[in-house]
Design a protein around this ligand. Structure first.
Ligand code: SF4
Length: 416
C-alpha cells in the first residue's frame, strides 16, 4: 500500500543485488521465524523446498519461544542460511515470492520507523549495496518525502509519538533536525562537529534531568551562533587529544566485544588486517609501541584519505541518526548520543589499523571495514548497552570522556 514516507534519497536507488553481493544478509546471524511463517513453511507442498525446510528449521526452546521468535534456521558450515541457492539468491523468495518471507528477511536491510503519524524508511550500512549508496555520496545524505509502497510484511523497528509532552518526546523534531545540521556542517572537522553535538545533547539532558521546561528554540539558536563564533570553534579545535587514553579505552571495548560470540568471515578479515596494521598478535593490553603505531598510521595512511573523503564518516553518522530515530527516548538522550559515538570510535580505530596494513585507504577497503563492523557489532542488540555500562562503571561517561574517544590527532601538530 502506498504511504507518505520520509526517506534518504539513496533509498530510491536501492535494490538487492543478490548473487552479485560480496556478502549475504544472513551470514553469521540467527535467522528467526515467527509462528505464522514457521507453520506455513512446515506445510509447504513445494517439492524443491519441502525437505530442505523440514531439515533446516528448529523450534526455539520452551521458555524462550515467543510468537515472533518462534523458530530459526540452522546455518550451514559457512554460517550461511541453508535456503540460499548456489548463486546466493534466496530459494524461498524464488519459489514462493517475497510475500512468503519471514518479516525479518523481508525487511532487511531496510529500517522502517513510524514517527509523527508517518513512515520513515532507511537502511543499514551492514548491507554492502546500502553502504555504497549511503556512504560514498560526496554531496551528503539528503531526504525526501514521497508516496512509497510500504510492504505489510516489513517489521516496524520503532514507533515514536512526538506529541507526548510528558516525556519530552515533543522535542524530537527540533533535536533531530539540528543534530543532522551540526553533523553536516562542513566548515568544521567532523570530530569537532561531533563534540559540539555532544555539548548540545548534554545541555538538553541536563535541562530534562532538572525537570525544566526546555526552550529548544533558544538552545538551538545559541548553538547555531556558537558554530559561527571563531573563539568558540578555536576552543573546541584546541581541546588536547590524549591519544594513549583514547586508544586504550577503545581497545578495551574491542577486547570486550571479542569475549562475545558471533562474528563473520568478512569481519575476521578486517580484524586480522587491523592487527597487522598495529603490528600486534592480539588485541590485549595496549603497549606504548601500539600507541606510537596508531599515531603513525593515523598521520601517514589514514589522514590523507579522510582529509579528502571525510563525508564517508559524516554520512555514516547522519544515516545512523535517521535510521535509529535519534533521539528515540529523550530521557536518555545522552546515552543514545554515547552509543553512536562508540560506533564511530570503533570504526575509526579499525580504519586506522587497516590503513596501516594496506599503506593507505581506498573506497573498497573503507566500505568493507565499515560494512563488516556494522554487521558484527550494530546488529548485536546488547553490545552498545553493555559498552555504556562498562564506561559508566569506570566513570568514563561524561562529555569530556566521550570527547576523548572521538577527537582526532591534529596532523599539523608535532605529536612526538
Ligand atoms: S546484503 Fe544487501 S545486497 Fe547483499 S544480498 Fe542482502 S540485501 Fe542484497
Amino acid at each position: 500500500m502506498n504511504e507518505n514516507t520520509l526517506m534518504p534519497s539513496y533509498m530510491k536507488q536501492f535494490s538487492c543485488i543478490g548473487g552479485d553481493c560480496e556478502d549475504t544478509c544472513c551470514a553469521g546471524w540467527k535467522i528467526t521465524l515467527n509462528k505464522e511463517v514457521y507453520k506455513e513453511y512446515k506445510k509447504t507442498k513445494n517439492l524443491k523446498l519441502k525437505n530442505k525446510l523440514k531439515n533446516s528449521m528448529r523450534m526455539e526452546t520452551e521458555g524462550t519461544k515467543t510468537k515472533n521468535d518462534y523458530a530459526y534456521f540452522i546455518l550451514d558450515d559457512d554460517k550461511k542460511c541453508p535456503m540460499l541457492t548456489s548463486e546466493s539468491w534466496c530459494s524461498i523468495q524464488q519459489e514462493l515470492g517475497e510475500g512468503a518471507l519471514s518479516p525479518t528477511c523481508a525487511t532487511y536491510p531496510r529500517v522502517l520507523n513510524h514517527v509523527s503519524e508517518q513512515f520513515e524508511l532507511s537502511a543499514n550500512v551492514s548491507c554492502p549495496e546500502i553502504a555504497r549508496l549511503a556512504l560514498f555520496n560526496e554531496k551528503g545524505i539528503d531526504f525526501e518525502q514521497i508516496d512509497y509502497e510500504v510492504s505489510g510484511n516489513w517489521s516496524l523497528a520503532r514507533l515514536i509519538n512526538t506529541n507526548d509532552t510528558s516525556n519530552y518526546q515533543h522535542l524530537f523534531w527540533s533535536v533531530r533536525m539540528f543534530s543532522i545540521e551540526i553533523t553536516q556542517n562542513r566548515k568544521l572537522e567532523l570530530c569537532n562537529r561531533l563534540i559540539i553535538l555532544g555539548l548540545f545533547i548534554d545541555r538538553i539532558q541536563k535541562e530534562i534531568d532538572a525537570g525544566n521546561t526546555v526552550d529548544i528554540e533558544t538552545i538551538v539558536a545559541d548553538y547555531r551562533n556558537k558554530m559561527s563564533d571563531v573563539g568558540y570553534i578555536n576552543a573546541i579545535q584546541n581541546i588536547a587529544v590524549n591519544t594513549d587514553v583514547q586508544v586504550g579505552i577503545i581497545m578495551e571495548i574491542l577486547q570486550f566485544r571479542h569475549k562475545q560470540s558471533a562474528t563473520s568471515k568478512r569481519y575476521d578479515q578486517v580484524f586480522n588486517e587491523m592487527k597487522i596494521g598495529y603490528g600486534v598478535e592480539q588485541i590485549d593490553t595496549p603497549s606504548s609501541k601500539l600507541f606510537e603505531t596508531y599515531k603513525q598510521n593515523f598521520m601517514v595512511y589514514y589522514a590523507p584519505y579522510m582529509n579528502r573523503h571525510e563525508y564517508v564518516l559524516e554520512n555514516y553518522i547522519v544515516n545512523t541518526i535517521f535510521s535509529k530515530a535519534f533521539p528515540s527516548d529523550l530521557s536518555i538522550i545522552f546515552k543514545e548520543y554515547t552509543a553512536i559515538m562508540i560506533y564511530y570510535a570503533l570504526m575509526k580505530i579499525h580504519l586506522v589499523g587497516v590503513a596501516g596494513c594496506h599503506n593507505g585507504l581506498d573506497h573498497d577497503i573503507v566500505l568493507r571495514t565499515i560494512q563488516s563492523i556494522s554487521k558484527t557489532m550494530e546488529h548485536n542488540a546488547h553490545f552498545a548497552r553493555s559498552v555504556i555500562d562498562l564506561l559508566e562503571n569506570n566513570k568514563f561517561n561524561s562529555l569530556a570522556h566521550i570527547a576523548t574517544l572521538i577527537k582526532d590527532i591534529n596532523v599539523t601538530t608535532n605529536i612526538t
